[in-house]
Design a protein around this ligand. Sequence first.
Ligand code: SF4
Ligand code: SF4
Length: 266
Amino acid sequence: MIKRSPTAPQADPAAEETQAFLDSLPEIKPGESFQFACHPKVACFNACCRDLNMPLAPYDVLRLRQELDMNSEEFIGYHTTVGQYPNGYPVLHLKMDASPDRACSFLTPAGCSVYPGRSAACRTYPLGRATREDDNGTLVEQYFLVQEPHCLGFNEKSQWTTDTWLQDQELVEYNRMNDRYMHLMAMQQRTGYPLAQKHATLCILAFYQLDRFAGFLESMRVLDRLVLSDEEKQAIMEDETARLEFAFDWIELVLYGSNARLTIKE
Ligand code: SF4
Ligand code: SF4
């Protein structure tokens, strides 16, 4: 199986195998350069979008759904399998198609049909990213070069640093959002217990079914119980990205008792 664009957050216990893989690769330090380009004229074009084991974080699902203009029920049903990390947090994986080489269902002869909404993993390659939280809860990240023999993109002349690659692939926002999910998993990890099943179900709703989550917020009058301005409430109800940011805060408040940005009304 091709390990395309692995990421290995410390809080994801299922990522141990990926972490071991990353540890075997050369680390790219800030400012160091690497040579790479992927485009339709590369002889291996489209070769790597197959037989992938690709977890989708909540922001990946949101961006793919927006690109496909699909509601969450359809997207999850058609394009993902739903599982759980050992810490109990839900994880969705992108389904491959039924062909013998298990191609990504978004792959076309012309390339990726969801390119503007492709996942963080697809954007990160040929880098791998490992993250962990230090004792103060500060995120520490490392990048590695995933130089696989089948990938001819390394023979191309374009030069990158990790910073220029992240900018070019619009990964700054993806990483910021996906790290918020990893932060919650790190909090659960520190409890020493897996998430209760009812909380895992709530996380699926809040993180992966943002359209249905809006109805839940309304029917349970959740926003009225919190100190929020009218503008903040409006953004949460009208904009799914703002709703996902709220979901990260709200789940932290509900499951772990406090959140720096949310206060319950007296
Ligand atoms: S989403 Fe696009 S880039 Fe990612 S594996 Fe599928 S076809 Fe390739
Ligand atoms: S150059 Fe590398 S990333 Fe691009 S299609 Fe070929 S194998 Fe995939």
